[in-house]
Design a protein around this ligand. Structure first.
Ligand code: URA
Length: 219
């Protein structure tokens, strides 16, 4: 609608006795999200989100991999290397992730990878609840555009953000679950960065990845 049209509506509302018009940012954002029908559109909308995270980051990190994949891996936020390259999981954690995929016969051409936050938080701090609330609806949109069968939440932050739970990763890992907003199985597992610090847990992660692969296969 052009300015003339908006003025006509405002005049009409004034005549009808309306003195205050509340600009509902949430409603605008909601409509915008509903109108997104492609990954390119989503990328552009996210690029224009007014977030202070952008001021400290070098690049936006959107997603990578097979856009028709049955498995979507959801991380927390870009680290230093991802920020430099604009690609998720290309640093040390990414190298371990590649090995974990290979251990069950998968690779990046068979999965899609994205994060809860598209910009690196300064100093790699954990995303705040406010940041998660802002970006979660865009993550849901991202997931619906890929339409995977299985979503793998890598680590506690991605798990809490997607499932909106306070339960920890130790209780939830390896357990297939669902949420009403998404038509896919969700499996939380350990974040590769945690496995780099606690290699004794790699066996559990490997079991989770076997299950993930199994759930992604045609029935
Ligand atoms: N850790 C994440 O959660 N995501 C990345 O992209 C890299 C490291």
């Amino acid at each position: 609608m052009d300015d003339k049209g908006i003025n006509q509506i405002l005049n009409w509302l004034a005549c009808a006795g309306v003195s205050d018009v509340i600009h509902d940012n949430e409603a605008v954002a909601q409509r915008e999200k509903e109108e997104i029908t492609s990954l390119e559109q989503l990328r552009k909308v996210i690029e224009h989100i007014d977030s202070p995270l952008k001021d400290c980051a070098l690049n936006m990190v959107f997603g990578t991999g097979n856009t028709k994949a049955d498995i979507l891996l959801l991380g927390e936020a870009p680290g230093a290397e991802e920020d430099k390259q604009g690609i998720p999981f290309v640093g040390q954690s990414g190298q371990l992730l590649d090995k974990m995929l290979a251990a069950v016969g998968l690779d990046r051409s068979l999965v899609y990878i994205t994060n809860i936050l598209p910009w690196r938080p300064p100093g790699n701090r954990t995303p705040s609840n406010q940041e998660i609330d802002i970006f979660r609806p865009y993550v849901l949109k991202h997931i619906s555009l890929i339409n995977p069968k299985v979503i793998v939440c890598l680590g506690g932050t991605a798990t809490k953000a997607l499932l909106q739970t306070t339960q920890g990763i130790m209780q939830l890992r390896g357990k297939p679950t669902h949420i009403s907003a998404i038509d896919a199985v969700i499996i939380p597992t350990f974040h590769p960065a945690y496995l780099l610090r606690s290699p004794s847990q790699k066996r559990e992660a490997w079991c989770d990845f076997l299950k993930i692969k199994q759930l992604s296969l045609p029935k």
